[in-house]
Design a protein around this ligand. Structure first.
Ligand SMILES: NC(=O)c1ccc[n+]([C@@H]2O[C@H](COP(=O)([O-])OP(=O)(O)OC[C@H]3O[C@@H](n4cnc5c(N)ncnc54)[C@H](O)[C@@H]3O)[C@@H](O)[C@H]2O)c1
Length: 264
């Protein structure tokens, strides 16, 4: 189980959905909200990992099979949360995938697949979350996973960078649409966070550059001024804070956590 340093019970009684919550950053966010008193639906396609995570968290979390490409499944994840806690307070649209290839080697169907998960999935998760929060009438928080790659382009990950830039814009637009309902919409833009996602990146980039896994990891780590990869906890603490009253006037923003790796 990942370590977490929850700061008490600031989310006690809240209902939270985290897409892609079974592993990596999403799991860190799930653990943080549970540590701070929330009930969390782990909405993921990897049910083995989701069930394992939920089992470690007892009654405070449940695994719900959710493919973010399916709006009805996203709605179901929200409904499970509401049935348990009476309301949806926080919707974290974290699920995302990466593909590594020079643009000239990509095909249209690969673009459609990635954008379907990374952009449409976040848009529909934001939609069902916002509609539920509007119906409740007491506000709420939507937090979406962008990336440093959404702020500037990176060779060989054009599909990913394009998708993450789209998330910043859809979040900004939605923040203005739902401000009247006291719903806040923000994004997080991590730099290099060590998670299972990196196995895909390392495999793709290592192959292209002729490097081993360790050499590829070392090369990335050397670009980070803080001297190490980030951890899911480095992201989770900020996501939690964004959903507290201390952040009440913060909406339509992107918060980076990147160990001074500017401009990520
Ligand atoms: N790890 C990083 O360095 C990094 C940096 C910037 C942004 N991000 C973003 O943060 C988010 C989480 O990244 P991570 O590194 O934890 O990824 P990860 O690959 O380690 O975990 C992603 C989770 O999403 C789930 N998932 C994948 N497709 C899904 C779908 N269609 N429906 C529901 N769940 C699905 C997976 O089963 C997995 O549990 C992603 O959106 C990613 O793009 C990660």
């Amino acid at each position: 189980m990942l370590k977490t340093s929850g700061a008490g019970d600031q989310h006690r009684g809240k209902g939270v959905v985290v897409t892609g919550g079974a592993k990596g950053i999403g799991l860190g966010i799930v653990q943080r909200f549970v540590a701070e008193g929330a009930f969390v639906v782990i909405a993921d396609i990897d049910m083995d990992a989701a069930r394992l995570a939920a089992a470690e968290l007892g009654d405070s979390a449940v695994a719900v099979h959710t493919d973010v490409r399916d709006e009805a499944a996203l709605q179901n994840a929200v409904d499970v949360t509401v049935a348990r806690t009476g309301q949806l307070d926080v919707m974290v649209n974290n699920a995302g995938v990466i593909a590594v290839a020079p643009l000239i080697e990509t095909e249209a169907d690969q673009w459609v697949r990635l954008l379907d998960i990374n952009v449409v999935g976040v848009a529909m998760g934001s939609k069902v979350g916002a509609k539920q929060m509007i119906s409740q009438g007491v506000g709420g928080c939507i937090v979406n996973a962008s990336s440093g790659g959404g702020r500037h382009g990176v060779a060989n990950v054009s599909q990913y960078c394009a998708s993450k830039a789209a998330i910043i814009m859809l979040s900004q637009s939605l923040s203005q649409e739902v401000a009247q309902h006291k719903i806040r919409v923000n994004c997080y833009t991590p730099g290099h966070i060590m998670t299972p996602l990196w196995e895909d990146i390392i495999a793709g980039m290592g192959d292209k550059l002729g490097r081993t896994r360790d050499e590829t990891l070392q090369a990335f780590a050397e670009t980070i001024p803080w001297g190490r990869f980030g951890t899911p906890e480095d992201v989770a603490g900020t996501v939690s804070w964004l959903c507290t009253p201390d952040a009440e006037y913060i909406s339509g923003q992107c918060i980076a956590m990147n160990g001074a790796e500017l401009p990520w």
